[in-house]
Design a protein around this ligand. Structure first.
Ligand SMILES: NC(=O)c1ccc[n+]([C@@H]2O[C@H](COP(=O)([O-])OP(=O)(O)OC[C@H]3O[C@@H](n4cnc5c(N)ncnc54)[C@H](OP(=O)(O)O)[C@@H]3O)[C@@H](O)[C@H]2O)c1
Length: 358
C-alpha cells in the first residue's frame, strides 16, 4: 500500500506536548519545554492504517510524525537549525517507507517554505498550503453566505497578503470582492501585488501596512505567521466575518469574549473521506483534519509522488487542481468551526440578525 508521512510540531508548548507526554508537560515549566524541544529527537505519533478514496477505492496508509521544536523556537533559531531538525524528521519518514512528506504548521513557514527540505530528502515534499488556501477561502465565503453577506458588495481584507497562503487567498478572492484590501508589512511587495491583481479584479484593490485599516472590512481573512494575536476587538467593523487561518492564531481571545456581533471561523479545515480518524489527537474533533494534511493524503491517493506545493509563491492552477482532486477522493470543507469547535447554528443566526438590524 502507498504511504504518506506528515510532520506536526508543538504550537502551544503545554497543551501540545501533553498530547504525547501528559506527565512531562505537567512537570516542566514552559521555558524548559521550549529549551528541551531543540534536543528532543523526532518521533512517531501515530500510524494511520487505511484511508480509502471515495473515487477510486484506492487505499493509502501513513504516519504522523513529530518534529519536536516548538513554534517559538522554530522562529528564534537560525533557519539552518530548524531545517536540520525538519530534515531529520523527514529521514525518519523515509525509513518508514513514506512516498510523500507533508510539512505541517511552522515546518513549512520557516525559511524558504520547504525548498531546502525538499532538496535534502529523497522523497517528495509538499507544504499543503495550496489546499489550505482553497479551504480557507471556501470557509470565509461559506460563513459570509450564512450571515447573508455577498462578497461582491463587501470590502474583503486579506491580512498577511504577501505570505504564501495569504497571497493565494488574495488571488482567489480578487475576482469576487467588491473591494479588496491587501494588508501586510512590506509596502513594496504589497504594491507589486496590487499591480498584479488589479487587472482581473472585480473591484478596486487597495493596500495598507496599517492593521487598523481592516476596520473598513466586512470580511477578513488572516494568515500571518506572527505567532501571537494581532487582531483585536477595536480593529473590527460591527457585524464582520473573520476567517483565522493562522496557527498560532491571529485573532485575539478578546475578540471572542468582547465582540458578539462578529463571527470568527477557523480556516483550513477539512472533513476526511468517510470521517476517518488519523490516530492521534492533534486538537481537532474526530473526522476533521488540517488542509495541509489533507493535501498530503490527497497526493498519495492520487499517486502524485512529486514536490507539489513548495516555496512561498503558490501556483493558483495547483490550488484549484488540489481542491478538485481532494473533493474527488472524498475530502470536504469542514462544517464551520471556531477555536476547533463546531459553531452552533444559533451563534450564526445571532450574527445574521445583528447584520439585518444594521
Ligand atoms: N489551518 C491550517 O491548516 C494551516 C496550514 C498551514 C499553515 N497554517 C498557518 O497559516 C499561517 C501562514 O502560513 P504561510 O505558509 O502562508 O506563511 P508565510 O508564507 O511565512 O506568510 C506569513 C505572512 O505573515 C506575515 N507576518 C509575519 N509576522 C507578522 C507580524 N508580526 N505581523 C503581521 N504580519 C506578519 C508575513 O509578512 P512578510 O511577507 O512581510 O514577511 C507573511 O506575509 C501560519 O500561521 C501557519 O501556521 C495553517
Amino acid at each position: 500500500m502507498d504511504s504518506f508521512a506528515f510532520i506536526l510540531h508543538p504550537l502551544d508548548p503545554k497543551a501540545d506536548v501533553a498530547r504525547k507526554y501528559p506527565n512531562l508537560a505537567r512537570l516542566l515549566p514552559v521555558r524548559a519545554i521550549h529549551f528541551l524541544s531543540l534536543y528532543w529527537p523526532p518521533l512517531v505519533l501515530s500510524h494511520v492504517r487505511s484511508i480509502r478514496s471515495a473515487a477510486t477505492g484506492r487505499e493509502v496508509e501513513g504516519c504522523l510524525l513529530a518534529c519536536p521544536l516548538t513554534a517559538r523556537r522554530m522562529l528564534e533559531v537560525p533557519p539552518r537549525v530548524a531545517y536540520r531538525k525538519i530534515i531529520q524528521t523527514g529521514r525518519l519518514a523515509e525509513r518508514l517507507g513514506a512516498r510523500i512528506l507533508g510539512l505541517g504548521a511552522y515546518t513549512s513557514v520557516v525559511g524558504d517554505g520547504g525548498l531546502t527540505v525538499a532538496r535534502a530528502l529523497e522523497i517528495p515534499v509538499t507544504t499543503g498550503d495550496s489546499y489550505t488556501a482553497a479551504l480557507s477561502v471556501q470557509a470565509l465565503l461559506e460563513a459570509a453566505g450564512q450571515v447573508g453577506m455577498m462578497p461582491e458588495r463587501a470590502t474583503v481584507a486579506v491580512v498577511g497578503a504577501t505570505g504564501a497562503i495569504g497571497g493565494a487567498c488574495a488571488r482567489l478572492l480578487a475576482s469576487r470582492a467588491g473591494r479588496l484590501l491587501l494588508v501586510g508589512r512590506r509596502a513594496d511587495a504589497l504594491e507589486a501585488m496590487r499591480a498584479e491583481l488589479s487587472a482581473g479584479a472585480n473591484g478596486p484593490v487597495e493596500i495598507t501596512t496599517d492593521i487598523a485599516a481592516i476596520r473598513s472590512a466586512d470580511l477578513v481573512l488572516s494568515a500571518t505567521s506572527a505567532g501571537r494575536p494581532i487582531i483585536f476587538p477595536e480593529h473590527l467593523k460591527p457585524g464582520a466575518v473573520v476567517c483565522d487561518v493562522a496557527r498560532p492564531r491571529d485573532v485575539s481571545m478578546r475578540v471572542h469574549r468582547e465582540r458578539e456581533d462578529v463571527l470568527v471561523v477557523d480556516g483550513g479545515l477539512a472533513q476526511t473521506p468517510g470521517g476517518v480518524g488519523l490516530g492521534f489527537d492533534y486538537g481537532l474533533p474526530p473526522g476533521l483534519t488540517f488542509g495541509c494534511m489533507a493535501e498530503t493524503i490527497t497526493l498519495a491517493l492520487e499517486g502524485r509522488f512529486e514536490d507539489y506545493t513548495v516555496g512561498k509563491e503558490l501556483d493558483i492552477g495547483r490550488v484549484r487542481e488540489i481542491q478538485e482532486m481532494a473533493a474527488r477522493h472524498g475530502f470536504r470543507l469542514a462544517p464551520l468551526h471556531c477555536l476547533d469547535r463546531p459553531i452552533p447554528p444559533e451563534r450564526i443566526r445571532a450574527v445574521a440578525a445583528y447584520r439585518q438590524q444594521m
